[in-house]
Design a protein around this ligand. Structure first.
Ligand SMILES: *Cc1c(COP(=O)(O)O)cnc(C)c1O
Length: 589
């Protein structure tokens, strides 16, 4: 059987080629010496992320940040970008969510067995934590693209018998434990990660920090580069994901000293990470040549927070193939061949007949209704306008905004029936996030005779794919400016689902009113007080549903045109292939 040269993509017969190499327990085959040499020797981009959502069976992600990391890896492999990724093994996952009848979230460990899909490498490295050497090992997972490109992912693991009992648990729960444990996780990821890549013999061209969790790697790089900040800056790329200072990852220097001791001079940390606190965002910012926000508006907010810094915008995207459902994949294959590796082709969506678009959507909606029945026993109606809302359950996302005025919501429902599907997990320590889930259950009960409202437990990438393809309208109501980008609406667009969203993050770039979808509330250029904002948001939410969205849904032709616009004017651009091409030309090269 033929295999593919991971460097050039040429099919080769492993029996015949003389160019092969053993790496991380796998054999790779090449068409010539040049490709083999390039595979082994060429400098790589090292991508560091606390969470990575690569496949559903590897539950080491909590939300958009991890899914973005997964999409980054998927696109890099397709495009043969020489990237290696580093993350933590999170053996007990983030959390497995069940919800009681009253809407109370119960949290369970999501234990999984890495040995089912990864290889534990014999290599190990040590980091000093609280004066003790902590042994770190790495699990190797290979993400392979149909183009032949591969991205190795190394999952760092401290659960080794050699380690003190408390150190074995550092890599158990993603974002688990108290501040102390979180800082230990960041030491393992940033410092341990750099050391691991070194012993694995990688030559590193850039270290890309996906959010500040890994920014301690800069301290290790300083050590490796004679303490020269300029050398380190040339090696580092930083993507910030947070638009407000209060949300930055920060630790006290007392804690930093307790854990790291004198490994890295405290004065040095203070110089780059701030005098008062060890601020991970600041540390990454001060030691990276290329810094970017994840949407244009996010860049502008970041520039205000950090005057004088060069911050660019590389707007997020989603991995087109994975986030397009089977029914639309088949349509695109038929009418727009090559779309998966060149999503720009989706701009030609007009060449797909209207009825085939509608049929694909009908099938996707059926799949979702089947999933809802399977998970909840509830029967939704195929013909009713269906709105979806699913993301991390946390305050600023405002999952309950649509229930602010029940009288108006009921009026909307009289005009044309609607049904609602929710999903999302709250972080175990996010009490107000858990409260939101409870409230949605309460409203579901209160409205049950009029509007069907379902909540799907244990939100993950599989459910996200079903939801973003199976509903008619994708609702998003964050409190501006807190949504740095958001990506789930981009997934919806790949499936002809229409966005109805607050003007924040990516939607400021994606929204053309009445063409690609609809906005909720004022634009950021208007100066409005909290009360006026809320009034206008609720006006838009209810009035647009009643007078624009429901009538458009009833006129099928108009709706199909909106679907085409969602695909041809949003998905063609808001994809991770475009995003990665920009990282390559603007940050990596
Ligand atoms: C895409 C995705 C997200 C991100 O959703 P936003 O609306 O952008 O916050 C979160 N969780 C999962 C499982 C996803 O697939």
């Amino acid at each position: 059987m033929n295999t593919i040269d991971p460097v050039c993509g040429m099919p080769i017969d492993p029996e015949i080629t003389e160019f092969k190499v053993e790496r991380w327990g796998k054999t790779y085959y090449f068409c010539n010496e040049f490709c083999l040499h390039s595979f082994l020797e060429d400098p790589k981009i090292a991508y560091f992320s606390m969470e990575i959502g690569i496949i559903n069976e590897i539950p080491t992600y909590s939300g958009g940040l991890g899914v973005l990391a997964g999409d980054t890896i998927r696109s890099s492999a397709d495009l043969k970008i020489p990237l290696v990724a580093v993350t933590l093994i999170s053996r007990k996952g983030y959390l497995k969510q069940t919800i009681t009848e009253k809407g109370e979230q119960l949290e369970h460990s999501e234990e999984w067995d890495p040995s089912k899909c990864m290889t534990l490498l014999p290599t190990s490295v040590y980091v000093q934590i609280q004066g003790r050497p902590v042994k770190i090992r790495a699990w190797f997972y290979e993400h392979q693209s149909p183009t032949g490109g591969v991205v190795p992912i190394f999952f760092l693991d401290t659960s080794d018998e050699e380690n003190a009992f408390e150190d074995r648990m550092i890599t158990d729960h993603l974002y688990g434990g108290d501040g102390k444990n979180r800082l230990k996780q960041e030491i393992v990821l940033g410092i341990g990660g750099v050391k691991m890549l070194k012993v694995l013999n990688f030559k590193i061209k850039k270290c890309h920090m996906n959010e500040g969790h890994s920014s301690l790697l800069t301290l290790e790089l300083l050590k490796d580069n004679e303490m020269r900040p300029d050398s380190v800056k040339n090696l580092c790329v930083f993507t910030t994901h947070t638009p407000i200072a209060a949300a930055f990852d920060k630790y006290s220097y007392d804690l930093a000293y307790e854990l790291l001791g004198n490994e890295y001079p405290l004065e040095l940390s203070k110089k780059f990470a701030g005098q008062d606190n060890l601020n991970m965002t600041l540390l990454a910012l001060n030691l990276s040549r290329a810094v970017n926000g994840v949407a244009k508006s996010h860049m502008n907010h970041s520039k205000k927070l950090f005057p004088g810094y060069m911050i660019s915008a590389i707007t997020n995207g989603v991995y087109s193939y994975m986030w397009t459902c089977q029914h639309f994949r088949e349509l695109y294959d038929k009418y727009l061949p090559g779309w998966a590796n060149e999503p720009e082709l989706l701009v030609r969506v007009d060449s797909i007949p209207d009825d085939e678009i509608w049929d694909a959507h009908t099938e996707a909606k059926k799949d979702l209704i089947d999933l809802v029945r399977e998970k909840t026993g509830k029967e939704l109606d195929q013909n009713i306008l269906t709105l979806g809302f699913a993301r991390r359950a946390t305050g600023y996302k405002r999952a309950t905004l649509i229930f602010s005025d029940l009288k108006r919501l009921k009026n909307v429902n009289k005009r044309g029936k609607i049904q609602l599907i929710f999903a999302g997990k709250a972080h175990p320590r996010d009490l107000s996030g858990k409260e939101l889930i409870k409230e949605i259950y309460k409203y579901g009960e209160l409205l049950k005779d009029e509007i069907s409202i379902v909540y799907l437990e244990n939100f993950n990438m599989d459910i996200a794919a079903k939801l973003t393809s199976g509903v008619d309208v994708w609702l998003n109501t964050p409190l501006p400016p807190l949504e740095a980008s958001g990506t789930s609406g981009m997934k919806a667009a790949h499936n002809g689902v229409i966005n109805f969203s607050v003007l924040d993050g990516w939607w400021l770039e994606g929204c053309i009113e009445d063409v690609t979808g609809w906005s909720i509330g004022p634009s950021p250029h208007e100066v409005v007080g909290d009360e006026e904002r809320r009034t206008r948001e609720l006006d838009d939410l209810y009035s647009k549903m009643e007078y624009i969205i429901i009538p458009a849904y009833d006129r099928r032709d108009q709706w199909i045109e909106l679907m085409q616009n969602s695909i041809g004017k949003i998905a063609y651009y808001f994809n991770s292939h475009r995003m990665m091409r920009r990282y390559v030309t603007e940050a990596y090269l």
